[in-house]
Design a protein around this ligand. Sequence first.
Ligand code: SAH
Length: 465
Amino acid sequence: MDFLPIFFDLKDKRCLCVGGGEVAARKVALLLEAGAKVTVIAPELGTSMRQFLDSEKITYQNQIFRPEMLDNCALAFAATNDEAMNRQVSDAAKERGVPVNVVDRPDLCTFIMPSIIDRSPVIIAVSTGGASPVLARLIRARLETLIPGGYGRLAKLMAGFRDKVKQRFKHPPLRRRFWEEILQGPIAEQVFSGQEEAARRALQKKLDSGDDNEMAKGVVYLVGGGPGDPDLLTFRALRLMQQADVVVHDRLVSQAVLDLIRRDAERIYAGKERDDHALPQEDINQLLVRLAKEGKRVVRLKGGDPFIFGRGGEEIDTLAAEGIPFQVVPGITAAGGCASYAGIPLTHRDYAQSVAFVTGHLQDGSVNLDWKALVKPRQTIVIYMGLHGIQVICRELIAHGMPASMPAALVQQGTTPNQRVFTGTLETLPDIVEKSDVKAPTLIIVGEVVSLREKLRWFEPTHVN
Ligand code: SAH
């Protein structure tokens, strides 16, 4: 180990920064966040430093650096363009035993600055020992995605319970197991989703009751799995999929997304309408209730967003009635995913000021939309589940006043390596479906914006099949 990582308490400590430019300002910003009292020495100040000065966050001395300025300093930075000056600060600091960092000159430093992931009070510092700051930043970016934003709040909540838990579990291994369960379980998820009070109560209850079974109470997460590309999952969706005991999923959820489920989790296929093996909705609702009552952590994984033509509302309605805790995790809906990956902006200042999401499939198999409202000018229409009704849809839109030449697109399996996009007009769309053997899942987009694809297309997967 070339450097020993330590965490420095700088609260109300005097720190010196020689240099007034933007690089210096970034260091000063960190010092200020750590509560230091910062003095800046420079002939002039850049914009950011000036803002610090204006808001009275720093002390400014428009003077030439002198070694005595380091007296009583806890830490010093040199970030000037003047090589000799930087060296002078470094020498003087070393002489006085003041830790010093010279920006981009590891040889002049007695400490180096890590890349920081800040979930205060949780802080993660990454260093490559100066070998590659870019690599450190990349590692940092990875960790940022892995560590929920709510970890800081979680740590604060835990801090308030530390003594109580110590009292209750005298035996350290038991204590550790208790904390591990809390930190990876529903209570932590409550904190991440902003329900701190509920989490505090649940934690207190668990401690009071001494009932370890309480810990086993089930919960259901209704999770949006997005339109197909696994990179479009949310961090929360991924985390819950990797913690689940059981995942109940739809046909729409792509294999690439399913591959990210925890390996040991039980998987239950619930199908979807137009599918012989589909479970009726009522059975799915009951299944979720039963699994949760068995104490399982259930992820109900749905294609796209659970609240957009996903019957998510019905599923949690049953859960709510049964008093089962649940959360809803949004996903990227097919309209957003398919439009982006097809290069079709759904709104555009010149072509469309509104966008309507409609379903082209009613429970009784008919298509019965408010056609008049849909043919409004300067509106994009996105039709989910419209493939079977494509004839009726195009015919009715034209009959209600939309030009037969209105551009329209079909996006099949959008965002996946199998994506196929066809463009035409209201008049030609039904033929395209037939001739090109377009299959579900396919999204229909109708509106002037479709013509932008010609210029804006960017996602051209090479077909593997
Ligand atoms: N809750 C989902 C929609 C479920 S309805 C969401 O928010 O996306 C199912 C319909 O969504 C399909 O019939 C199809 O029209 C559309 N759809 C879902 N995923 C799609 C994809 N990857 N490509 C094209 N259409 C998709």
